[in-house]
Design a binder for this molecule. Structure first.
Ligand code: MN
Length: 437
């Protein structure tokens, strides 16, 4: 099916979800602000614009500040499209494309003119947006019960959203392949980053999140952000966590490479094997918390099998030794937001599903459903700060410190795929995109 047909279906589904949310929460209208461009303090330069994700979930307009969507059950949704007369910047082009057929489009030249297109009576309207989007007495109220329903719905991707996520994966994989080639040729972190941006055809500001491009021990910093500088003299390893987006929908991919064969390359291979095992377990009905805990056992197995830790995997999990080497969550929902909404949400009415005790960074505690898109990203790192605590504790005698110290200059390993959950075998968006590249 063509993307334009999928989009029409998507907007129809968005309409049904909205009516359901309005009915259950007692509102008559839904207004969604795209957001405004905000300048930094005492300056006339704006921060990079990030559209309200609720706005993006309706329309593929990721650089359209001061625009609005108005949904009133029974009427065609209204898109208030801000197209200023502005010769300083390139304003958005006139609305065009198949998607415009899904809206009653109203072009405005001044941001304040949006209010003329709002429903007459707004006392019973839900208004989603950042507080800065307030206009002429219309202040976003972001009702939590309504947001809960819309957020839960967003965890089930429509066929249109899946098509965009697959495109985003293909785009990201082009960058990852270029980045690996740059690494193999001895490029610096910044040069690798530029190769990635060039291959994905993204500027820095268009990336769904800041690229993590780390050589050697820098890869042990979970959210490492490079600055321009020379390459290290001895190239050991390379970790890249980088995404791409299409119409606001992101991929989130991590790969780790060794510069040469040996213990670190074998460790990458072992983590990769466990990562595939975890992806195979993604099924509708599976509790993601169980998968996260399975991952800890797998990391324990790797640490035991490679002789890094002389303790059973079960013992390592119980003594929280695996958490020293794998100190983050297994993954998260993915969509418009890279860490997409409702990962901890109990149901449509809200509430939270607790994280397992001792796992404070897990971003997804739900039972998986068909249509969820989640990341699966086990890691194994040599993080000096955490290792020092282990070295000072009473489990230190179970650690092969010679091997740990020899591997520490390599930093760490993370392997991350984006996976669509179904009732049967999952669809690995990332590995499919690598296979097709
Ligand atoms: Mn991720």
């Amino acid at each position: 099916m063509q993307l334009s047909d999928l989009y029409r279906q998507h907007v129809a589904e968005m309409g049904r979800r909205t009516i359901n949310a309005l009915e259950h929460t007692g509102y008559e209208h839904l207004l969604i602000a795209s957001g405004v461009e905000t300048c930094s303090f005492l300056d006339d330069r704006s921060y990079p614009f990030r559209a309200n994700p609720h706005f993006l979930s309706w329309a593929p307009l990721d650089h359209h500040p001061s625009s609005w969507i108005v949904v009133t059950p029974g009427n065609k949704p209204i898109l208030i499209y801000f197209q200023p007369t502005d010769y300083w910047h390139a304003p958005p082009a006139a609305p065009s494309g198949d998607w415009t057929e899904c809206f009653d489009v109203r072009v405005i030249r001044e941001a304040a003119h949006a209010a003329a297109h709002f429903p007459q009576k707004l006392s019973n309207a839900a208004i989603i947006g950042d507080v800065s989007a307030a206009l002429d007495g219309v202040v976003p109220n972001n009702p939590t019960p309504l947001l809960n329903r819309l957020h839960m719905a967003r965890t089930r991707k429509t066929p249109y959203e899946l098509a965009l996520l697959r495109h985003a994966s293909a785009r990201g994989v082009r960058g990852h392949r270029a980045a690996e080639a740059a690494f193999r040729s001895g490029a610096s972190e910044h040069q690798i980053h530029l190769a990635y941006c060039s291959a994905t055809d993204h500027t820095d500001a268009q990336l769904p999140y800041e690229n993590i491009v780390a050589l050697n021990a820098n890869s042990a910093v979970l959210h490492y952000h490079h600055t321009p500088g020379p390459s290290p003299e001895h190239l050991l390893s390379f970790l890249i966590d980088a995404g791409a987006q299409v119409s606001g929908y992101a991929c989130d991919i991590t790969r780790t490479y060794s510069a040469h064969s040996g213990a670190f390359a074998e460790l990458i291979h072992a983590v990769d094997e466990k990562q595939r095992l975890l992806v195979d377990q993604m099924r509708a009905g599976t509790d993601y918390r169980d998968l996260h805990l399975n991952c800890h056992h797998y990391i324990g197995q790797v640490l035991h099998a490679t002789g890094l830790v002389d303790m059973s995997p079960e013992g390592q999990v119980e003594r929280e030794i695996t958490s020293v080497f794998f100190p983050h969550g297994l993954g998260h929902f993915l969509g418009i937001q890279v860490h997409d909404v409702a990962g901890l949400q109990r149901d449509e009415d809200g509430g939270a599903i607790p994280r397992p005790p001792g796992h404070p960074f897990l971003r997804l505690t739900r039972r998986l459903e068909a249509g969820n898109v989640v990341t699966v990203e086990p890691g194994l790192y040599f993080i000096p700060m955490l290792l020092e605590k282990l070295r000072a504790g009473k489990d230190a005698r179970c650690i092969n410190w010679g091997a740990v110290d020899a591997l520490s200059p390599y930093g760490g390993i993370r392997i991350e795929d984006d996976v669509l959950v179904t009732d049967s075998a999952p669809e690995n968006l990332t590995r499919n995109a690598f296979a097709e590249a």
